[in-house]
Ligand binder design. Structure first.
Ligand code: BEZ
Ligand code: FE
Length: 260
């Protein structure tokens, strides 16, 4: 019998890997090659990316399985969230001038509780990629305070960000994570998406993503996440800006209540 939760979890993982070794007749050479590849991933600094590509969607499944039925579906946080995004009270997220012809995007909506009451003063973070798939503060040439920002909802629970439309992007195959996907015969594309994180005292944190209907990878994300149809948006344009309107529902934090 397991001594504790850690023993139970690590024991189960090790047992699953042992089963895979046996069922796939893995040779000692393949085993050594796997260790070498893990070293390469670690040395490249891609360990968070690698783990998120293969496992973040499973964590999301667990979150959604345990969520209140009225709560908005969660989605992957991925490796590019930074908690020090600038406050953008006016909703204007900084974008770079170098991308000629990028399309403006408005991401707006309302945060409510599970009874439908609008929630004011809720912290909403938004982050998305440049029009060539880079993240502020992560990739070269994009400062940390660009393409990400946070604000609080107004008394009616409403929020509105202004940025530019992101694109589908490839997890770089110059790095070992993308290269592994390619070697496996898979593609390394993520559909174009916008990340949101919603936080308010006494409520369960919601991390989710919004998608674009016309993006082909919305049906074949390399991370194999289940993309909720309510967050896949048709092409609605107002004054040249692509509109994504998200009604978000957050639930009381049951763990906080239990601990109190
Ligand atoms: C992302 O959305 O940025 C992401 C998520 C999972 C793995 C890699 C990237
Ligand atoms: Fe992303």
């Amino acid at each position: 019998m397991a001594h504790n939760r850690l023993d139970q979890i690590v024991g189960t993982i090790v047992e699953s890997v042992r089963d895979a070794v046996k069922s796939q007749d893995i040779t000692f050479e393949e085993y050594r090659a796997a260790i070498g590849y893990m070293m390469k991933i670690s040395e490249s600094g891609e360990l968070p990316l690698f783990i998120d590509v293969f496992l973040n969607a499973a964590i999301v499944d667990v979150i959604n399985k345990n969520a209140h039925p009225s709560a908005s579906p969660s989605d992957m946080e991925g490796p590019y969230f930074l908690d020090n995004a600038p406050v953008v009270s006016d909703g204007r997220i900084k974008t770079l001038d170098q991308y000629q012809g990028d399309q403006p995007m408005i991401v707006r909506g309302t945060v409510r509780d599970i009874d439908g009451a609008p929630l004011g003063g809720v912290l909403v973070d938004m982050w998305s990629s440049t029009p060539d798939g880079k993240y502020g503060g992560i990739h070269d040439g994009v400062p940390v305070d660009f393409y990400r920002g946070k604000l609080k909802t107004d008394a009616g629970g409403r929020f509105e960000f202004r940025s530019t439309v992101p694109v589908a992007y490839r997890i770089p195959d110059s790095g070992p994570t993308g290269a592994l996907l390619e070697m496996m015969g898979r593609h390394s594309w993520r559909p174009a998406h916008v990340h949101l994180k919603v936080r308010s005292e006494g409520y369960r944190e919601l991390t989710t993503q919004l998608y674009f209907e016309e993006c082909p990878y919305v049906r074949s994300d390399c991370c194999e996440g289940i993309i909720p149809s309510k967050f896949v948006y048709p092409e609605i344009v107002e004054n040249g800006a692509r509109i994504l309107e998200a009604d978000l529902v957050i639930e009381p934090d049951r763990s906080a209540r239990a601990a109190a």
